[in-house]
Design a protein around this ligand. Structure first.
Ligand code: X2X
Length: 336
């Protein structure tokens, strides 16, 4: 008697819940990332997926495809694939999406953001809203910010403390042509290639150096492929953006849109705090492995700033003067 009542109840519950469960939702949504779970970036995506699963009671299932595998390793194609609906969602770097969203080059301007507060001043204010609307205009709905981190310079040849030290060095760069201009201005010989190709190129000596956050240098064991010199120049940092293809976004109910956004915000906040808190330990680990770390004094730093000024002239029109101005004003007013 009690079993049959329970069964009846279950059937009734299903009937009531069926419309809410959105029969038209996909069984699984693809989430693209470049870096997998061993890195803060991958952990940000993991957290988002877990929170959404938990808060939706399993109604919304997302599956992460790391190493840019949904775009055959070419991370600069991730945004286009998401726009066209080939990829449903992504946690992506501003660098990798900048070929399609030129405004994202803002974050790649050398020495624009001196510290983490400067990143927050942009992302949490008017400039951040302008960046999000630039993404939205191109068919992708941005939900929240994460962080890959300040990108530091490594190489296999010698310590670098002034622009001249970069002369003739072959440096692997990623994503936007802006990086070609920055490294060319510094006298280096930049080569653009995907992350998938970077480690092999460092291993064979096809390139002498690269730039990536300390967490990436550490987890990917870049020191093991001959990168013995590291300069902490903090020349730029790439935020991560949690986003959904707008075609896919429209299929979610307003309640589920809110759920996806809140989960992305919570995951992003968690990941940003965690990765910032880990930087000092990561640096200590890298030092222990025998990597020679160079810090720049104010004068040395200024020499790099001067040497890369031409990048601002060339790229401001593509980024937008109003956006750069909003970012610079926010940085000037940031808490110290
Ligand atoms: O390719 C890189 O250097 C990486 C992993 O940091 C990005 O995807 C921007």
């Amino acid at each position: 008697m009690s079993i049959s009542r329970r069964t009846l109840l279950a059937i009734a519950t299903c009937a009531v819940l069926a419309p809410l469960a959105h029969a038209d939702y996909k069984a699984e949504y693809t989430v693209s990332t470049v870096l997998p779970s061993a890195f803060p970036w991958g952990q940000a995506a993991d957290r988002w997926v877990e929170l959404v699963k938990e808060r939706s009671g399993g109604r919304i299932n997302m599956k992460i495809y790391s190493n840019s595998q949904l775009v055959s390793g070419d991370q600069t194609k991730e945004f286009s694939a998401m726009r066209s609906g080939l990829i449903d969602m992504a946690v992506g770097s501003t660098i990798n999406w900048s070929p399609q969203v030129p405004e994202l080059n803002l974050f790649s301007l050398p020495f624009l953001m001196p510290d983490s507060n400067a990143i927050d001043a942009i992302t949490q204010g008017e400039a951040g809203k302008m960046v999000f609307s630039a993404i939205e205009k191109r068919g992708v709905t941005p939900l929240a910010w994460g962080e890959n981190g300040f990108r530091e310079l490594s190489n296999s040849k010698h310590a670098i403390s002034k622009p001249d030290d970069l002369k003739g060095l072959k440096i692997r760069v990623v994503g936007s042509p802006l990086f070609q201009d920055t490294f060319t201005a510094l006298g280096a010989n930049p080569t653009q290639m995907s992350w998938a190709d970077a480690k092999p190129a460092l291993t064979t000596g096809a390139v002498d150096g690269q730039e990536n956050p300390l967490s990436v240098f550490d987890v990917a064991r870049i020191d093991q492929v001959g990168q013995k010199y590291l300069t902490q120049w903090h020349y730029m940092a790439d935020p991560l953006v949690f986003a959904v293809s707008t075609r896919v976004w429209r299929e979610f109910s307003p309640e589920d849109q809110q759920l996806l956004k809140q989960a992305a915000e919570d995951a992003g906040k968690w990941e940003i705090e965690k990765s910032r808190a880990e930087v000092a330990d990561t640096l200590a680990k890298i030092r222990e492995r025998g990597v020679e770390v160079t810090d720049l004094n104010a004068e040395q730093h200024d020499a790099f700033v001067k040497a890369t000024e031409s990048v601002y002239q060339k790229w401001t029109p593509q980024i937008g003067e109003a956006l750069l101005k909003a970012a610079q004003e926010a940085i000037a007013k940031r808490p110290q």
